[in-house]
Design a protein around this ligand. Structure first.
Ligand SMILES: [Zn+2]
Length: 558
């Protein structure tokens, strides 16, 4: 392989490019350490791996300080040396990576590298490690050459766990680079994929519930923005609402968003339709509104939990969601009856004192104490995952089960910002077709067909093409009283909707439906696609006039 640099530029691990950009080989070790430490933000190794690398860095700095007056300049790789060619010459003569660069070039052929990376993208990290590290016993420094990573001498002798972390950086970077499948580009391709698929994973986010009246979190008029604007609650950042530590102090703000009188959207019904057709492997939803369930979907995993159940944050007792519905509808904080009550805040002690049945002996002390918490420890919190809480094991288990089985991925109404759900796209076999349906482009992934617009419109268009009708909602039993009081105008059925054909962006795999917000990304894509097709027609003309019958280069669609 052509390992012309010690590390090549990555996508989300750009720091790995730094040793290449800064040819001060006198501190290759330090530069590699910096790059590997920076990559920890993406790959997240255990603490002891970080400690291992930091210890090295410290040692390197001490050595340099001892024999180099400009030690700081050398230790911090951002600072370019201005002091001349002499040193650079000296370094290139003594390039500590040189022998390994030669070794890297001979370690793998281009074909072998391709095989290694394809294996990884098809079988995933765990199977890859099993095959290449365990079964084939390929030393990690050698394996790293296939990922364009060359270790210096000091780093080659690191313990296995640290070496494995280096390999994980390469693996993560490679998995982030899914190549678009060139054979799928059009809406008709998407329709055919859905029609022929047997086991579809549908990944959904806030975008499928916006039309139900549930505000999404991140948009301009979203929940975070309106909370910040109202100034009603003192949040440094509206995301604090979903921070478990903030919640324990200020539970009230969270109960503002309890989902109550909402009706599933055409998107929810589309998921149910796929399930009715026997094609739904699983719906992974990031939403907590349980509207999938209201639409009747059985195979749904609420990745961030849901309001379907609630638990006491103190004694962990679990309750059905409707147990706390009354309090929540009146914006009160529900409290666990089996947990000890706490004294009310000082200012309201007098008014509430009479209601208390078992006044505790130190109650009088608390009257002088201004910092009494407003809530008892036993608050009942819906079982949704907050920041600072671990995602349930169900997610990993489900994905492990589904990975070998899925044959199509549909992503609807999410910009894939929150991990680990966002990582499903890189985690699945890269040869599995991916269709994205969203209002805006999602730039950090590379789906095969991109349908931009209001998700409801897009799925209804697909239904018309498929000749399928969205199922009716399961009525009566799931409906709450509020729905009866405030009935929403019934959504028109797919066949009643005006037929408006989507617009293709140039000759690309991106299509614009009603409500699309493609922005500059789409403009650039259109320009590029146009330039490519002009180039292609020029080539065709040239070939025709030259009288050859060679096929012309296919227009790029990625
Ligand atoms: Zn409790």
């Amino acid at each position: 392989m052509a390992a012309n640099s010690e590390l090549s530029a990555g996508t989300s691990t750009p720091s790995l490019a730094s040793p290449e950009q800064k040819p001060r080989t006198g501190c290759v070790h330090t530069q590699l350490l910096h790059a590997f430490l920076e990559a920890a933000e993406v790959v997240a190794p255990d603490e002891d791996v970080i400690d291992d690398l930091l210890a090295d860095l410290h040692e390197a700095a001490v050595v340099l300080q001892d024999d180099d007056a400009n030690a700081l300049e050398v230790v911090v790789p951002e600072q370019e040396a201005g002091d001349g060619d002499a040193e650079l010459e000296f370094e290139s003569e003594h390039d500590p990576l040189q022998p390994y660069l030669l070794e890297a070039e001979q370690a793998w052929t281009d074909e072998e590298v391709k095989d290694v990376l394809t294996y990884l993208k098809e079988y995933g990290r765990a199977q890859f490690l099993k095959e290449y590290v365990v079964t084939r016993s390929i030393p990690i420094p050698t394996l790293l050459y296939a990922f364009d990573i060359v270790l210096c001498k000091a780093l080659r002798s690191k313990r296995p766990k640290t070496l494995l972390y280096f390999l994980d950086i390469g693996i993560t970077r490679e998995l982030e680079r899914r190549e678009k499948l060139p054979m799928y580009n059009t809406v008709d391709d998407a329709v055919a994929l859905i029609k022929n698929a047997q086991r579809i994973i549908i990944l959904t986010g806030a975008g499928i519930s916006v039309s139900c009246g549930i505000p999404d979190f991140r948009s301009r008029d979203g929940l975070y923005a309106s909370l910040a604007h109202s100034g009603e609650y003192l949040l440094n950042d509206p995301q604090e609402m979903f921070d478990i530590h903030y919640f324990k102090e200020n539970p009230a703000v969270f109960y503002k968003i309890y989902p109550s009188n909402f009706t599933p959207s055409p998107c929810h019904r589309f998921i149910k339709l796929i399930e009715n057709k026997g094609k739904l492997l699983r719906n992974y939803t990031q939403n907590i509104d349980t509207l999938e369930t209201r639409a009747g979907v059985q195979k749904v995993l609420q990745c961030h939990g849901s309001f379907a159940t609630a638990s006491c944050i103190n004694c962990r007792a679990q309750f059905p969601g409707n147990y706390i519905e009354t309090e929540i509808m009146s914006h009160e904080v529900p409290v666990c009856k089996s947990c000890p009550p706490i004294l009310p805040p000082a200012k309201s002690v007098k008014s509430k004192k009479k209601k208390k049945k078992n006044a505790s002996p130190w109650e009088n002390d608390s009257e002088e104490e201004p910092d009494v918490p407003a809530y008892p420890p036993g608050i009942i919190k819906p079982d949704i995952t907050f920041f600072g809480e671990k995602l349930s094991d169900k997610f990993d288990e489900a994905l492990a089960d589904d990975r070998p089985r899925v044959d199509l991925l549909l992503v609807i109404g999410t910009s894939l910002k929150v991990s680990p759900v966002s990582e499903i796209l890189t985690h699945l076999r890269h040869s599995i077709p991916q269709i994205l349906i969203n209002k805006t482009p999602v730039r950090h992934v590379n789906p095969d067909v991109v349908l931009l617009g209001n998700a409801d419109e897009v799925v209804q268009h697909l239904c018309r093409k498929l000749g399928w009708d969205l199922p009716e909602l399961p009525s009566a039993n799931g409906a709450s009283n509020l729905e009866a009081v405030h009935p929403r105008p019934r959504k028109r059925l797919s066949e009643e909707v005006d037929v408006r054909e989507p617009k293709r962006v140039g000759n690309s795999h991106v299509w614009l439906f009603e409500g699309a917000e493609g922005g500059k990304w789409v403009e650039d894509l259109e320009r590029k696609s146009l330039a490519d097709s002009l180039e292609t027609s020029d080539e065709q003309e040239a070939l025709l006039s030259a009288g050859t019958s060679q096929p012309s280069k296919k227009a790029r669609t990625g």
